[in-house]
Design a protein around this ligand. Structure first.
Ligand code: ZN
Length: 161
Protein backbone atom coordinates (compact mmCIF):
# COMPACT_ATOMS: atom_id res chain seq x y z
CA UNK A 1 0.00 0.00 0.00
CA UNK A 2 1.48 3.31 -1.04
CA UNK A 3 1.03 6.01 1.55
CA UNK A 4 -0.56 9.25 0.46
CA UNK A 5 2.47 11.15 1.70
CA UNK A 6 4.66 9.29 -0.77
CA UNK A 7 2.56 10.60 -3.63
CA UNK A 8 2.61 14.13 -2.32
CA UNK A 9 6.35 14.19 -1.91
CA UNK A 10 6.81 12.95 -5.48
CA UNK A 11 4.81 15.82 -6.87
CA UNK A 12 6.42 18.29 -4.49
CA UNK A 13 9.84 17.05 -5.54
CA UNK A 14 8.95 18.10 -9.05
CA UNK A 15 7.49 21.41 -7.90
CA UNK A 16 10.45 22.08 -5.63
CA UNK A 17 12.88 21.92 -8.52
CA UNK A 18 14.95 25.11 -8.82
CA UNK A 19 12.42 27.52 -10.17
CA UNK A 20 11.98 31.18 -9.44
CA UNK A 21 8.50 31.39 -8.00
CA UNK A 22 6.79 34.69 -8.63
CA UNK A 23 4.67 36.57 -6.15
CA UNK A 24 1.75 34.38 -5.27
CA UNK A 25 -1.63 35.80 -6.01
CA UNK A 26 -5.14 34.64 -5.38
CA UNK A 27 -6.39 36.48 -8.41
CA UNK A 28 -7.22 33.68 -10.78
CA UNK A 29 -5.95 34.18 -14.32
CA UNK A 30 -8.56 33.53 -17.02
CA UNK A 31 -7.69 29.85 -17.34
CA UNK A 32 -9.29 27.93 -20.18
CA UNK A 33 -10.30 24.28 -20.34
CA UNK A 34 -7.39 22.14 -21.57
CA UNK A 35 -9.79 19.69 -23.23
CA UNK A 36 -13.54 19.32 -23.56
CA UNK A 37 -15.02 16.25 -21.89
CA UNK A 38 -16.91 14.84 -18.96
CA UNK A 39 -15.44 15.75 -15.59
CA UNK A 40 -15.03 12.88 -13.14
CA UNK A 41 -13.55 13.10 -9.69
CA UNK A 42 -11.58 9.95 -9.08
CA UNK A 43 -8.70 8.22 -10.79
CA UNK A 44 -9.28 4.54 -11.45
CA UNK A 45 -6.69 2.48 -9.65
CA UNK A 46 -4.67 5.41 -8.41
CA UNK A 47 -2.83 4.45 -5.21
CA UNK A 48 -3.62 7.63 -3.31
CA UNK A 49 -7.21 8.56 -4.06
CA UNK A 50 -7.49 10.42 -0.77
CA UNK A 51 -4.97 12.92 -2.09
CA UNK A 52 -6.55 13.46 -5.47
CA UNK A 53 -6.07 17.18 -5.83
CA UNK A 54 -7.39 17.83 -9.28
CA UNK A 55 -10.05 16.72 -11.66
CA UNK A 56 -10.09 14.12 -14.36
CA UNK A 57 -11.66 14.82 -17.70
CA UNK A 58 -12.65 11.83 -19.81
CA UNK A 59 -11.37 12.23 -23.36
CA UNK A 60 -10.46 9.70 -26.06
CA UNK A 61 -6.82 8.69 -26.44
CA UNK A 62 -5.00 11.14 -28.67
CA UNK A 63 -7.10 14.22 -27.88
CA UNK A 64 -5.17 17.48 -28.20
CA UNK A 65 -4.37 18.92 -24.76
CA UNK A 66 -4.12 22.71 -24.79
CA UNK A 67 -2.34 25.05 -22.41
CA UNK A 68 -4.85 26.56 -20.03
CA UNK A 69 -3.07 29.92 -20.03
CA UNK A 70 0.16 31.63 -21.14
CA UNK A 71 3.17 30.40 -19.19
CA UNK A 72 6.44 28.54 -19.05
CA UNK A 73 6.84 24.78 -18.96
CA UNK A 74 8.52 23.87 -15.65
CA UNK A 75 8.20 20.12 -16.03
CA UNK A 76 7.64 17.70 -18.91
CA UNK A 77 8.39 14.06 -18.23
CA UNK A 78 7.30 10.82 -16.62
CA UNK A 79 9.12 10.65 -13.27
CA UNK A 80 5.92 10.73 -11.23
CA UNK A 81 4.58 7.25 -11.96
CA UNK A 82 0.97 7.84 -10.97
CA UNK A 83 0.60 10.72 -13.44
CA UNK A 84 2.31 9.07 -16.42
CA UNK A 85 3.46 11.61 -18.97
CA UNK A 86 3.07 14.87 -17.11
CA UNK A 87 3.34 18.58 -17.93
CA UNK A 88 3.48 21.44 -15.42
CA UNK A 89 3.15 25.03 -16.58
CA UNK A 90 3.94 28.05 -14.42
CA UNK A 91 1.88 31.19 -14.91
CA UNK A 92 2.17 34.72 -13.57
CA UNK A 93 1.09 35.14 -9.97
CA UNK A 94 2.59 31.84 -8.78
CA UNK A 95 -0.08 29.75 -10.49
CA UNK A 96 0.74 26.31 -11.87
CA UNK A 97 -1.40 24.06 -14.04
CA UNK A 98 -0.85 20.30 -14.18
CA UNK A 99 -1.71 17.94 -17.03
CA UNK A 100 -1.32 14.19 -16.47
CA UNK A 101 -1.87 10.74 -18.06
CA UNK A 102 -0.79 11.93 -21.50
CA UNK A 103 0.18 9.63 -24.32
CA UNK A 104 2.68 12.00 -25.92
CA UNK A 105 4.25 15.30 -24.86
CA UNK A 106 5.02 18.10 -27.33
CA UNK A 107 6.79 20.57 -25.01
CA UNK A 108 10.04 20.75 -23.10
CA UNK A 109 11.06 22.33 -19.84
CA UNK A 110 11.78 26.04 -20.20
CA UNK A 111 9.55 26.51 -23.22
CA UNK A 112 7.29 29.56 -23.25
CA UNK A 113 3.81 28.76 -24.42
CA UNK A 114 0.59 30.59 -25.11
CA UNK A 115 -2.92 29.79 -24.09
CA UNK A 116 -4.37 27.25 -26.52
CA UNK A 117 -1.04 25.82 -27.64
CA UNK A 118 -1.21 22.06 -28.03
CA UNK A 119 1.15 20.72 -25.36
CA UNK A 120 0.33 17.01 -25.50
CA UNK A 121 -1.91 14.27 -26.73
CA UNK A 122 -4.01 12.71 -24.02
CA UNK A 123 -3.85 9.06 -23.06
CA UNK A 124 -4.04 6.74 -20.08
CA UNK A 125 -0.44 6.63 -18.88
CA UNK A 126 0.12 6.39 -15.13
CA UNK A 127 -2.27 4.74 -12.70
CA UNK A 128 -5.51 4.98 -14.59
CA UNK A 129 -7.61 2.41 -16.36
CA UNK A 130 -9.31 4.60 -18.91
CA UNK A 131 -8.24 7.49 -21.13
CA UNK A 132 -8.48 10.78 -19.28
CA UNK A 133 -6.68 14.02 -18.61
CA UNK A 134 -5.70 14.78 -15.03
CA UNK A 135 -5.88 18.55 -14.54
CA UNK A 136 -4.87 20.59 -11.52
CA UNK A 137 -4.60 24.24 -10.70
CA UNK A 138 -2.07 25.11 -8.00
CA UNK A 139 -1.18 28.36 -6.32
CA UNK A 140 2.51 27.96 -5.61
CA UNK A 141 2.78 24.47 -4.18
CA UNK A 142 -0.74 24.48 -2.80
CA UNK A 143 -3.27 22.61 -4.89
CA UNK A 144 -6.58 24.34 -5.29
CA UNK A 145 -9.59 22.41 -6.41
CA UNK A 146 -10.37 23.28 -10.04
CA UNK A 147 -13.95 22.35 -9.30
CA UNK A 148 -14.14 25.61 -7.37
CA UNK A 149 -13.30 27.43 -10.55
CA UNK A 150 -15.06 25.31 -13.13
CA UNK A 151 -17.70 27.88 -13.86
CA UNK A 152 -14.97 30.50 -14.25
CA UNK A 153 -12.94 28.49 -16.75
CA UNK A 154 -13.24 29.88 -20.20
CA UNK A 155 -14.28 27.58 -23.02
CA UNK A 156 -11.47 27.10 -25.47
CA UNK A 157 -12.45 26.48 -29.05
CA UNK A 158 -10.11 24.24 -31.03
CA UNK A 159 -8.24 26.08 -33.73
CA UNK A 160 -9.71 25.64 -37.14
CA UNK A 161 -7.44 24.08 -39.74
ZN1 ZN B 1 -6.47 12.58 -11.63
Amino acid sequence: MVKASACISLVFAVLASPTAWGEESLILPPFAWPVAGQVVDEDDGRPCPSRHEGIDILVPDGTEVRASFDGTVIYAGSEVPSFGNLVLIRHDGGWVTVYGHNKELFVNRGEDIKIGDVIARSGHSGYVARPQLHFEIRNGQVPVNPARYLELLKAQAPELP
